[in-house]
Write a protein that binds this ligand. Structure first.
Ligand SMILES: O=C(O)[C@H](O)COP(=O)(O)O
Length: 206
């Protein structure tokens, strides 16, 4: 039985382009982001994948990325479940600030701690641990059961909501997940074993 799970971070958004902390804000994709999402769909198609269900967040950039991938796959209209649990981490008071300006104001190190530490939240926002605390229960009760029942599942979401899931799926430590970056529009392919651990991991970046 095939147990296929593909995670895709949305294509470049208007706020990624402007280098702004985005979190729960809802900017659309740029032209580049649209092209990245289409390219992601083409890679999935080239791999011969067909999906049984898709999951995404309630944010436009992830939903649009999913729609563009499904169009490339010839799977427009696939059953899609949208849930806030898959949203980007809430960047709190940093939302809307320029990342370089924030480094000038608070220092390189502090901003890195807010962006990449495991359990230090940005002021008024969510740490990766907080993000995991709402994304993982959703994964365990909705997405994982679908995959383990033999469905092929496509998830379009966000840098940090997906990093938190990757940490759990791959059994990474907080130190290991800090170094793991997710590029926009690059699918992460998993084949899971019956015990839910990955037997194959592939980054589809070419
Ligand atoms: O919300 C954001 O600003 C980005 O999508 C992810 O930000 P990060 O690279 O700081 O994790």
């Amino acid at each position: 039985m095939d147990r296929i799970l593909v995670l895709v971070r949305h294509g470049q958004s208007e706020w990624n382009l402007k280098n702004l902390f985005t979190g729960w804000k809802d900017p659309g994709l740029t032209e580049k982001g649209i092209a990245e999402a289409k390219a992601a769909g083409e890679r999935l198609k080239r791999k011969g994948l067909k999906f049984d269900i898709a999951y995404t967040s309630v944010l436009t950039r992830a939903q649009h990325t999913l729609d563009l991938m499904l169009a490339e796959l010839g799977q427009t209209g696939l059953k899609t479940v949208k849930d806030q649990a898959l949203n980007e981490r809430d960047y709190g008071d940093l939302t809307g600030l320029n990342k370089d300006d924030a480094r000038k104001k608070w220092g390189e190190e502090q901003v890195l701690v807010w962006r990449r530490s495991y359990d230090v939240p940005p002021p008024g926002g969510e740490s990766l641990k907080d993000t995991l605390a709402r994304a993982l229960p959703y994964y365990m009760t909705h997405i994982q059961p679908d995959v383990l029942s033999g469905k092929s599942v496509l998830v379009a979401a966000h840098g940090n909501s997906l990093r938190s899931l990757i940490m759990a799926i791959e059994g990474l430590t907080p130190a290991e997940i800090l170094k793991r970056e997710l590029e926009t529009g690059v699918p992460v392919f998993y084949r899971l074993k019956a015990d839910s651990r990955p037997e194959k991991i592939e980054i589809l970046n070419g």
